[in-house]
Design a protein around this ligand. Sequence first.
Ligand code: GFB
Length: 307
Amino acid sequence: MPKRKIYVAGHRGMVGSAIVRHLTSLGEDVLTSSRQELDLRDQSSTHAWLKMHEPDAVIVAAAKVGGIHANSVEPAHFLYDNLAIEMNLIHGSHEAGVDRLVFLGSSCIYPKFAPQPISETSLLTGPLEPTNEWYAIAKIAGIKLCQAYRRQYQRRFISIMPCNLYGPNDNFDLMSSHVIPALMRKVHEAKCAGAGDLAVWGTGTPLREFLHVDDLARAVVFCLDNYDEDEHINCGGGSDISIRELAETICKIVGFEGRLTFDATKPDGTPRKLMDSHRLRERGWSPAISLEEGLTNTYQWFLQNHT
Ligand code: GFB
């Protein structure tokens, strides 16, 4: 296959950087833009940049992301930044004549009490989880934008919904991060301090489905080459684990032998969001990295980059 010029928007983040690593390993011509060079929330400069560079494909990995706390305290940023980024990239790609675009969403687009495992058809069938509805509404708008440009202009734009992701280049800041980097840092610091116990947010009972970001990167490129449908497609690891079990697994990997306590004053969020990813599996993608293996290599990355 000839080399394509593929623009990865958001290449410095965990997801974008994993996609860049994978595309580069395949010999593709990867295009990126720095934040100084281009603010994706700025409509005219984003449109002009796309017209000037004329990529063959665009991957929308740029987003304002964060864990349960950040989502609750920064609703304006989660809604406005994400709407602006996706509107500018999707419409700008259309105007620049880009043939293929992959938009990345999140499993939080589904109703809080969607039947499990959650199928793509559950979208817009019930109320969202309040802690992340701002982010979810923006991501639902992104799916609809891709569908609208497909229907009105026959653009081959698609959307992928990943479950909770983790891996190298994740955000380890305790107030804005997701649960895996937060617990990794807290458990590591508790071990270094010789602490006897460690408080985990929430009751420990919520279930989450996790996927290593390198598995997602393979799915994104797989879909770029093999998926061209109106409907968004789920991309999950296939099983879920309670926050308590996750915390215990991280303690084992880090080597912390203290006691875990659970702070029920902190929000749990959605009780469960296991996705049904059979449509993607049937087409030929499956995850290759087990949770324990992925957590171990992410902890190594944390030790090398944050300590
Ligand atoms: O990863 P997380 O912030 O995101 O939290 P969500 C998952 C669960 O882990 C929640 C618990 O039940 C948290 O209460 N938890 C325990 C912790 N300890 C901690 C901790 O130290 N930090 C964090 N962050 N959580 C996000 C959405 O929801 O999922 C986003 O807010 C996005 O919009 C993302 O969709 C994938 O899974 O609850």
